[in-house]
Design a protein around this ligand. Structure first.
Ligand SMILES: [Zn+2]
Length: 404
């Protein structure tokens, strides 16, 4: 028995490909056409419903996938905010591959899967963070996804905007400390054995690394306000925050509960205790809770089960007798293209490779070419920035766009 998942070697070896690529390669090779050089572009085919933009993510994984293949890769940088089309409705290529078709055909499925999932998670995290504003967002998504990819989810949740992550392996990869509070099981065992669940708070404080913020669960057996006041009294200034994970059946108006806890803590002299909320949070319900006084949001399902960003890879040019012939299927634009961006307006202009450099259609400023070479014949020519840097870069970009 083993878990059902593909190993890294299987993914790199093309084992997770859709079978039709294998059959295509067999046919091409037997006709002596496997080595034909093609130019293929990746574009966004659909954003999740209601989204106006996405975070382009997953490049790190794609470069690892294609490392050592005889292929050139052009791409936007990891963490670039994207819209599917430029101002005229021309689809924006986010990545382009150049090389013998047989070098990358087997990897198209995995390539698209990496981009779709990483971008989906990073985009959702960015939306949630935008909704939370200056308040903290923690990724609690490890329990809502396959454990083999929990660190992947945490990585892209963090760069998308989460302040921290709960999964130990995810935090390790990010080079940060994992964040968490305490589970209800701790309260229940203390209540059952010692007759008092609040002893759990004291014991936690006694034994856990002093650097870990003391955040106690304040909803296990009784009212959130009473539990919070009780915790504040028992732990005093050692208490960093209270977590409200109120079950759905008792919620009623969660914002009102948060407002009341905050108020009554303040009235009792506990001004600095943070309110951590978790359970069923997303970019739609966070603003109301933030306004009510919640300080930290633990988000699981919304990020881990984020709607994916659909990408498609299409050949747009083929090299025949040493010359690139522009060719593409119906509905796709042929040729090798460049992408230019105005970072002030977040506007893009797509041109053919040999066209003159455009100016921003909104402000007239010079634009920056953003589809750049990141891999030359299988060797990386661009660094993937550190997660903290990527996160800050994404936060700066989401400042310039609307959520809805
Ligand atoms: Zn502009």
């Amino acid at each position: 028995m083993t878990f059902i998942y593909a190993t890294a070697d299987e993914i790199k070896g093309g084992k997770t490909t859709d079978v039709y690529f294998l059959r295509t390669l067999e046919t091409l090779k037997k006709e002596g056409l496997g080595g034909v050089e093609v130019y293929a572009e990746v574009t966004v085919s659909a954003l999740p419903k209601g989204y106006k933009w996405a975070v382009y993510a997953g490049l790190r994984e794609v470069l690892h996938l294609l490392e050592g293949k005889k292929v050139n890769v052009f791409s936007l940088h990891e963490g670039t905010l994207i819209k599917p089309s430029d101002y005229r409705g021309i689809r924006v290529p986010v990545m382009a591959l150049e090389g013998p078709y047989e070098e990358f055909a087997l990897h198209e499925t995995a390539l698209l899967g990496f981009l779709a999932s990483a971008s989906g998670v990073a985009t959702k995290a960015a939306r949630v963070k935008k909704a939370a504003g200056r308040k903290m967002v923690l990724s609690f998504g490890a329990r809502r996804t396959h454990p083999a990819i929990a660190p992947f989810v945490d990585y892209y949740a963090f760069i998308g905007g989460c302040e921290s992550v709960s999964c130990v392996k995810g935090a390790e990869l990010l080079g940060i400390k994992p964040s968490g509070t305490m589970p209800h099981s701790l309260m229940i065992i203390f209540k059952a054995v010692k007759g008092d669940h609040t002893e759990a708070w004291i014991a936690f404080d006694r034994h856990v690394d002093p650097e870990v913020p003391r955040i106690v669960l304040a909803d296990t057996f009784s009212d959130e306000v009473e539990e919070s006041l009780n915790a504040a009294t028992r732990l005093g200034s050692r208490l960093w925050g209270v977590r409200l994970d109120t079950p759905g059946s008792r919620r009623g108006d969660m914002a009102a509960i948060v407002r009341e806890v905050k108020w009554k803590l303040k009235a009792a002299g506990f001004k600095n205790i943070k309110i951590v909320v978790s359970g069923g949070l997303d970019e739609h319900n966070i603003p109301e809770l933030a306004e009510a006084g919640a300080d930290v949001f633990g988000v699981g399902s919304a990020i881990a089960n984020a709607a994916f960003v659909d990408y498609a890879l299409d050949i747009t040019a083929v090299k025949v007798n040493g010359s690139w012939i522009p060719i593409a299927k119906r509905g796709k634009l042929s040729g090798r293209k460049l992408v230019h961006r105005c970072w002030s307006c977040m506007a893009d202009v797509v041109t053919l490779e040999h066209e003159p450099l455009p100016q921003c259609p909104n402000c007239g400023k010079q634009m920056e070419e953003i589809l750049v070479k990141v891999m030359e014949w299988g060797h990386m020519t661009a660094e993937i920035e550190q997660p903290q840097y990527l996160r800050e870069k994404i936060l700066r970009q989401i400042d310039k766009v609307d959520l809805l």
